[in-house]
Design a protein. Structure first.
Lengths: 276, 353
């Protein structure tokens, strides 16, 4: 009665998108009039060069950053008019700068994922316990449950944070650069977990630096450049040599990975520093 | 390594789950034990401060006098002097303890207590001004509240509108210094009589406070303590980064504002009763966390620790060098400083608050 019943309870595939969204910090406009739909039930990767606005877009989608104009639409309703607690039932976020109080253990962190469901009169329920255990299990952290977060490796810590968002039991999951600062092995570990979660029915949106990883693990790619979406679609369909050049200023040859068909970048040469 | 729990972690480790009347409450075992210890100690100190003194009464005499029986002098002594003083100490200590705990959590910094941010100094400066410089018809608690609000607004506003990191604290220290200087300036410029009248405001003392200020404090505490307790969970989330807290459904801005308002109310009304005994707001939450463990935000235990520290310090100040009375603020500085150092130095790792 664990996985299936729970999946049945969450609304199937809430939609997330933006309408003419403008975002910025202070004087600086980062995104201006962006409209996008996140495909439900899939892994969407937002890629682009540094400063292209991909993390800003994710912050907007997660209501961390209030729009200058336009709106983020969750199930067709403006996310900033909804109670933030209600939003937290549908949408979980793992920010890039996630920091926790010192000494917190893995299990305690995961328990915080149940926060949106707890209240003064209902502080803990068997369902909370069950979901925390399920999150520990899904992220294979059972053996580390009592370890303090600061005693974990980078990959384990990232898994613990993802476990917290899993415990939030939301159909939507937003991850901001979940693999940055991780070595190859830990990157793969985290990305496989993301794929696994998507197979269980979650809609995942992640900002990711590494284009090859994005191609390999995402069903849908959003390529951003200077605050605008310049390409969108299946990685195999949209990633071309021309796109790579436009995004990163890198001339390259694209090969296709055997098996998955994901585009692979070889022979990259920067065109920024070479004289014309 | 401990085995991963499957059945025992039905309830979060270290907690009891109480389920009366269809609601479910999580009670931290260590928190409850700490509360009982603090309560017992506060009770002992209370009994002590009611009995010991000139004259020293037996507990039976205290009880009799409390209900108006026995020697009329004892009745007067107890009902007019010792009991109001004890109440003032317990309440102001509790308020300062909670205020300290809230502001520390808000700023995610243990240094950020109302005393250090200048809220105490603001309250004092305004109250002293009303005595020596600008006569008004406003009651001291109102003025203290005005001053505390002004100081908090200045620290918060000039600190960049946020309460994070050192900027808020440094600005707060500057604001406090400014109000402190203002207080000293006013005292230096005024007549000796007026300065004497204002003196208790500047050192922290439970001596001869108007009963009305104590009642105001009691009402304020009665209103603010449940609010602080209800905010408890959200407070825990403020210890994470903002994005995490928002992601978990916390209205960060509203929570912060509520904390700030509650802190200012508690601190101002406490300062109106006891003067700027700023160290209580630093030491009490530290003591509560020390006893409770570093995981949560110990609101109730900070209140209990504050009440205990304040009454204990006052009792010592009143009796140790009798008949000379040492102001409670001086005692808290003498005892609280080293105690704080001891806690900080013996801790293997710094808790994140």
């Amino acid at each position: 009665m664990t996985d299936d019943t729970r999946k049945g309870e969450t609304d199937c595939c809430p939609t997330l998108g933006t309408r003419e969204l403008a975002l910025g910090y202070g004087e600086r406009k980062v995104i201006n009039g962006l409209t996008v739909e996140i495909p439900p039930g899939k892994v969407t990767a937002i890629v682009g060069p540094n400063g292209c606005g991909k993390s800003t877009l994710l912050a907007g989608l997660a209501r961390i950053l209030a729009p200058r104009s336009g709106a983020v639409l969750l199930d067709g309703r403006d996310i900033n008019t909804l109670a933030t607690r209600e939003v937290a039932h549908k949408l979980a976020l793992l920010p890039q700068d996630a920091s926790a109080p010192d000494g917190l253990t893995v299990e305690e962190l995961i328990q915080f994922g149940r926060q949106p469901y707890r209240s003064l009169m209902r502080q803990w329920s068997p369902k909370d316990a069950e979901i925390v255990q399920a999150a520990l299990h899904a992220t294979q952290l059972q053996a580390l449950a009592d370890r303090p977060l600061d005693a974990l490796s980078g990959g384990q810590r990232q898994r613990a944070w993802i476990a917290m968002t899993v415990a939030q039991d939301t159909p939507l999951l937003l991850l901001d650069e979940p693999t940055s600062a991780l070595d190859l092995g830990h990157q793969i570990e985290v990305l496989e977990l993301v794929r696994e979660l998507s197979r269980k029915g979650k809609t995942v949106v992640m900002v990711i630096h590494d284009l090859p990883s994005a191609c390999r693990y995402a069903d849908h790619l959003i390529a951003m450049h200077q605050g605008e979406i310049i390409a969108e679609g299946r990685p195999a369909d949209i990633v071309t040599e021309a796109l790579v050049e436009r995004l990163y200023g890198v001339r390259c040859t694209l090969l296709h990975e055997p098996g998955t068909g994901a585009p692979l970048i070889v022979n990259p040469v920067s065109i920024r520093h070479t004289p014309e | 390594m401990k085995t991963p729990s499957s059945s025992s972690s039905y309830v979060p480790r270290g907690h009891w789950l109480l389920q009366p009347l269809g609601i479910s409450l999580l009670v931290s075992r260590r928190g409850l034990a700490a509360a009982l210890v603090l309560l017992a100690m506060a009770l002992m100190v209370s009994i002590g401060s009611l009995t010991v003194g000139t004259p020293t009464l037996s507990p039976a005499e205290v009880l009799a006098a409390a209900i108006g029986k026995g020697d009329p002098f004892n009745v007067f002594m107890l009902q007019e002097l010792r009991m109001p003083r004890l109440a003032a100490g317990l309440l102001s200590g509790a308020a300062l303890g909670v205020g300290g705990c809230l502001l520390q959590t808000l700023a995610r910094n243990r240094l950020a207590t109302p005393g250090i941010i200048g809220i105490d100094d603001g309250a004092t400066a305004f109250a002293v001004a009303s005595i020596v410089a600008i006569p008004t018809s406003l009651a001291p608690p109102m003025l203290a509240l005005l001053g505390a609000s002004t100081a908090a607004a200045l620290a918060f506003g000039l600190g960049g509108g946020g309460a994070r990191g050192y900027r808020f604290i440094v600005v707060g220290i500057a604001v406090g210094a400014l109000f402190g200087a203002l207080t000293n300036f006013m005292l230096a410029r005024t007549s000796i009589d007026a300065a004497n009248l204002a003196y208790p405001w500047t050192v922290g003392s439970l001596n001869a406070r108007a009963p009305s200020t104590v009642i105001v404090l009691a009402v304020c505490l009665l209103l603010c303590l449940p609010v602080a307790k209800i905010l408890g969970r959200q407070l825990q989330l403020l210890r994470f980064s903002d994005a995490v807290a928002i992601g978990l459904g916390t209205n960060v801005r509203r929570t912060r504002l509520t904390i700030l308002v509650v802190t200012v109310l508690l601190t101002a009304t406490a300062v109106a009763v006891a003067g700027p005994v700023g160290l209580i707001s630093l030491v009490a939450p530290e003591m509560a966390r020390h006893l409770t463990g570093h995981r949560g935000v110990p609101i109730i235990n900070s209140a209990l620790a504050g009440a205990l520290l304040m009454t204990a310090a006052d009792w010592v100040g009143r009796t140790a060098f009798a008949p000379v009375e040492i102001p409670v603020g001086v005692i808290t500085a003498i005892v609280g400083g080293p105690y704080l150092l001891w806690i900080l130095l013996r801790e293997p790792r710094t808790p994140g608050t």
